[in-house]
Every structure is written in C-alpha cells, then in structure tokens.
Design a protein around this ligand. Structure first.
Ligand SMILES: [Zn+2]
Length: 123
C-alpha cells in the first residue's frame, strides 16, 4: 500500500494535532477547575433553599460537555500515534486515501467524506 500523504504533509498534520491536543487539554483543565469553584460558590451561597434538581441538571450538562472534549482528545491522541503510519489518512471503511484538504480540517478523521456521510445517514 502506498501512501498518498507526503512526509511534509504528515509533519503539518502532526503539528495541527499537537496544537489541538494542547488546546483541548487546557480546555478540559479550565472546565474542571471552573466547575469545582462554581460548585463551591453555589454551596456557600445557596445553603438556605433547596435547588437540588437544578443543580443536578447543571452538573449533567457540564459533564456532557467535558465528555465531548475528552472523546475528542482521545481521538486526537490516537491520531497522533498513527500519523506516521501508512494506515493514517486512509479511510477505515473503504480503504481510500482521505484527501489532505479534509485532513487539514479534521486531522483525526478516520473516514473519507463518502463513508462518513454514509454513517451519518445510517444513524
Ligand atoms: Zn471511505
């Protein structure tokens, strides 16, 4: 199997992945810190009345948000590991090379646009 990506293109995608990894890590850290501080402030301020259901809902939204970040971070870290393998940038469904232009936008992409669209419709 010959790869359709040049060494230069891979290096560029690797840099892109590393940048996103840093961004996401920072985002998750900030989010978790912010959450703890907010929780604490709320507990201090709202001891007098019971708004437990609202509080539980806020927590769920918060957790869902950082779940997405964590999932994306995992995808990026996985992509970083295989960025210099031949399998990187090759669609896992049809085996076609994913165009560099698509990888620039989504360097952690596992599938070509056609297969990705097919999966979206299947869902
Ligand atoms: Zn495909």
């Amino acid at each position: 199997m010959t790869t359709h990506l040049t060494t230069g293109q891979r290096a560029l995608l690797q840099a892109e992945l590393e940048m996103r990894q840093r961004q996401l890590t920072r985002q998750i850290d900030t989010h978790q810190e912010g959450h703890t501080r907010m929780e604490h402030a709320r507990e201090v301020l709202e001891q007098d009345y019971d708004d437990a259901p609202q509080r539980a809902m806020d927590r769920e939204v918060d957790m869902a948000l950082s779940d997405i970040d964590i999932q994306e971070l995992a995808a990026i870290q996985a992509a970083l590991k295989r960025v210099h393998d031949d399998a990187y940038g090759v669609c896992t469904d049809c085996g076609e090379g994913i165009p560099f232009d698509r990888l620039k936008v989504e360097p952690e992409a596992l599938r070509c646009v056609v297969c990705e669209a097919r999966r979206e419709t299947a869902r």
